[in-house]
Design a protein around this ligand. Structure first.
Ligand code: EPU
Length: 337
């Protein structure tokens, strides 16, 4: 195992932020992961997946363990379902492409989400009407403090909107090694999210296959979201806030067209993208180097050479402005280091 010193993380975070790790190691197995923790007991640790939900605001004064645990295994199957165990280091979208090509349904709505398999349950990734928890059965994680491998099921993961136990009680205490999914052999299409139906109509498709859905999602994402290979970003920077009906009603009095969705008794979700756009931030750039994406106000972008601190400060200004203008406090979805 090679330990690198003063290692640039620019290629390891989709924001493309230049920040250095004091120490860096690729980790290809649980044994190597244990070795890093055993050999550097006093260093801070940063387990790193695809780096697609991360904002580095400074150099990392510790050891980065880049998780490359690979493997795709069919655990079992019956007439209706297939159970797949996937290594944490596999790339999420490659898994989706593989599943769709095999006719296994359940992940097609989550096509083209950047990041690794291991990161997906952390924040219960979701898109276009489907969430990871809908197709998740279990995962194995290593807990460094106990030095044990534990299995988590849907309930012990405590999934919520862009959240899980790994972002709350077990934050920094568990490293996901592999994830098992249950996909359907019979297409179980979910076109409830409006823009999928619209896109299928544009594509002239009236009875879609899961490949058509996947292609529609890819087209929608490509039209709205910047490709991290071209423009640095970490997808949605903020979560869509949940507000009381009282606050939602106040908003509607002032802005009768404000979009909002009831998500439970007395609770509404307001799209953060709408709040940010309405407050006038969409498409703004600063010094030609960073700003708010032109086509999706929820996405902050690094055009060139922005520092993580500059992007963080921008997010702070947005949060304060939205709170001042709408009385709603946005929460960041991205992990800040
Ligand atoms: N909107 C605006 N202006 C904008 C963006 C959005 O007014 O610039 C409003 C519109 O009313 C629009 C609504 O927000 O109808 C919803 O927009 P969109 O469908 O683009 O979805 P989102 O709520 O902005 C969420 C996820 C995305 C996911 C999409 C599609 C979060 C934080 N984000 O975005 O996930 O792709 O739905 O399901 O929940 C990610 O998490 O990184 C991510 C990209």
């Amino acid at each position: 195992m090679e330990i690198r010193e003063n290692f640039s993380l620019k290629a390891y975070n989709t924001f493309g932020i230049e920040a250095k790790a004091k120490l860096f190691s690729d980790v290809n197995s649980l044994e190597q992961l244990k070795e890093v923790y055993a050999n550097y007991p006093n260093e801070k640790k940063l387990p790193l997946g695809g780096g697609s939900n991360l904002l580095l605001t400074k150099n990392f004064d510790g050891i980065v363990a880049k998780l490359n645990l690979l493997g795709k295994e069919i655990l079992k199957e019956d007439e209706n379902y297939v159970w797949l165990k996937i290594g944490a280091g596999e790339i999420w979208h490659e898994f989706v492409v593989w599943a769709v090509a095999n006719g296994w349904s359940g992940v097609e709505n989550m096509s083209l989400i950047p990041g690794s398999i291991g990161a997906a349950p952390m924040q219960n990734i979701g898109a276009y009407g489907t969430e990871l928890k809908d197709i998740f059965t279990s995962l194995e994680a290593w807990l460094p403090e106990e030095n044990t491998v534990e299995t988590f099921n849907n309930s012990t993961c405590d999934f919520g909107y862009r959240s899980s136990v790994f972002k709350t009680q077990l934050k920094g205490k568990a490293i996901i090694l592999n994830v098992t999914f249950k996909l359907s052999k019979h297409p179980n299409l979910n076109t409830s999210y409006g823009s999928i139906e619209d896109e299928l109509a544009i594509m002239n498709i009236s009875s879609p296959t899961i490949l058509d859905i996947s292609n529609a999602v890819i087209r929608i994402r490509q039209s709205k979201l910047p490709n991290p290979a071209e423009i640095g970003n970490a997808g949605s920077f903020f979560k869509n806030p949940l507000v009381s009906s009282e606050i939602a009603n106040k908003l509607l009095e002032k802005y009768p067209n404000a979009p909002n969705y009831e998500v439970g008794e007395g609770l509404s979700k307001v799209p953060a993208g709408w709040l940010i756009e309405t407050a006038g931030w969409k498409g703004r750039t600063f010094d030609d180097r960073f700003g708010i994406h032109k086509k999706q106000a929820l996405v902050l972008v690094n055009y060139q050479n922005a520092s993580g601190q500059e992007i963080f400060d921008l997010s702070e200004n947005i949060i304060e402005d939205i709170e001042y203008k709408f009385g709603i406090r946005l929460e960041r979805e991205v992990n800040i280091i």
